[in-house]
Design a protein around this ligand. Structure first.
Ligand SMILES: Cc1cc2nc3c(=O)[nH]c(=O)nc-3n(C[C@H](O)[C@H](O)[C@H](O)COP(=O)(O)O)c2cc1C
Length: 384
């Protein structure tokens, strides 16, 4: 295995080649895994299991992480790399770098300040943040904590009026894009999460309650939204015709998140998507044993530059970002790493995670003779 993998990272220690040391401040971190032991200590065990768990035996979580090591770097020399530009353009907006914060639910399960701390940390590194439908705090409050304009993530609800209200609130809070998640339709057993006891044991029920209504009460984006006519949980009701309706209901750019096949990517384009996110929900959707990077080349080929292709899943280092860009991704999202930073040191931890990913990316670009993102091409890597 290339690196520790999730099950090991979920344990007591996180070390690379260096002796094991529990860091005392965000500034001491050398890699994102350095946050794991501190985060593990700070987060109660049920929430930890929720964060780390994937489907079944976590093999898709590990496939995501390990997929990146199937590619090797082809480093070109003899280029003046004293100045490197990490910026990318997405939907006419210039991003300082191509590493986004993926939508992750319920940040208050990991830090008392929740998404407000994430927003502060992400923005201090000019990282585009995507706020989950199921965030602890509502989009208005997170937008105030963030310096830029958020993106929103939408789980579609059977009552389309709920979607309309969520989209409207996101627009009013200044969001410029919405990622519609299509890979979270239920059905995947999350063994680690269930063993950890999230919402299955008395101690979880004590905090979370047992009904769907309790659930909406503790997720800020549902404030003031009438959920009475909705049937089923978030994300279940998402067909192509629902996507068409979402497209028509918002002025925001619409990206479809959770695409894993070229066929679906082509259909997304046909249905007017502005972009897609290649994702398997961090190995929490179907247990495919198939990493997102494995799906990327076929999807990039069929999309053929007609819309941005983003990717997430197992991205832990700048070199992973570099490989994703070389395979044709426009940008990447990371999930668990910034939550480890958040849980360990709040906004400072989030800041440090994005700072390390950026400086790693800059470093690998320098090593390989790429002074701008557009210089990273299929020739930059090859299959091992
Ligand atoms: C604890 C947790 C909660 C998540 N919540 C959401 C969510 O609310 N909406 C969503 O679209 N994706 C959600 N995701 C998936 C992430 O957006 C992203 O696809 C995934 O974390 C990327 O993989 P990584 O964690 O290996 O970086 C969640 C992931 C985790 C780990």
């Amino acid at each position: 295995m290339r690196r520790r993998g999730f099950l090991a990272a979920a344990g007591a220690a996180a070390v690379a080649q260096t002796p094991e040391k529990v860091i005392g401040s965000a500034a001491e971190a050398l890699e994102v895994f350095d946050f794991v032991p501190v985060a593990r200590k700070n987060v109660q065990s049920q929430h930890w299991a929720y964060l780390m768990g994937g489907s079944d035996d976590n093999s898709t979580v590990n496939a995501n992480e390990n997929g990146w090591s199937k590619w090797r770097i082809r480093a070109r020399r003899h280029v003046d790399v004293s100045a490197v530009d990490l910026s990318v353009e997405l939907f006419g907006q210039k991003l300082a770098h191509p590493v986004l914060a993926a939508p992750v639910a319920a940040h208050q399960a990991f830090h008392a300040e929740g998404e407000a701390a994430t927003a502060k940390g992400a923005w201090s590194r000019k990282s585009q943040m995507i706020l989950s439908t199921n965030a602890s705090l509502n989009v208005r409050d997170v937008a105030k904590a963030y310096g830029g304009r958020l993106w929103f993530q939408l789980y579609s609800f059977s009552d389309f009026e709920v979607n309309r209200a969520l989209l409207r609130n996101a627009e009013e809070a200044g969001c410029t894009a919405v990622t519609v998640t299509v890979d979270s339709v239920g059905g995947s057993p999350r063994i680690m999460q269930t063993r950890g006891g999230v919402k299955t044991e008395q101690r979880c029920r004590a905090c979370h309650g047992t009904t769907q209504a309790d659930y909406y009460k503790e997720h800020g984006n549902f404030d003031g939204i009438d959920m009475a006519r909705n049937v089923g949980g978030p994300g279940r009701a998402v067909t192509w015709s629902v996507l068409d309706r979402i497209r028509a209901a918002t002025k925001m750019k619409v990206l479809i998140k959770g695409v894993m096949t070229p066929e679906d990517a082509a259909e997304c384009y046909r249905h007017g998507a502005d972009g897609i996110v290649v994702s398997n929900h961090g190995g929490r959707a179907e247990n495919s044993h198939y990493g997102t990077v494995d799906a990327l080349p076929g999807i990039v080929e069929v999309v053929n530059g007609r819309m941005p292709v983003l990717i997430d899943g197992g991205i832990r280092r700048g070199v992973d970002v570099y490989k994703a860009l070389a395979l044709g991704a426009t940008a990447v999202c990371v999930g668990r790493p910034y939550v480890w930073g958040l849980a360990a040191f709040g906004a400072e931890g989030v800041d440090k995670v994005f700072s390390m990913l950026q400086s790693d990316l800059r470093g690998i670009m320098q090593s390989c003779g790429a002074t701008a993102i557009r210089h990273i091409s299929p020739l930059s890597i090859e299959r091992k």
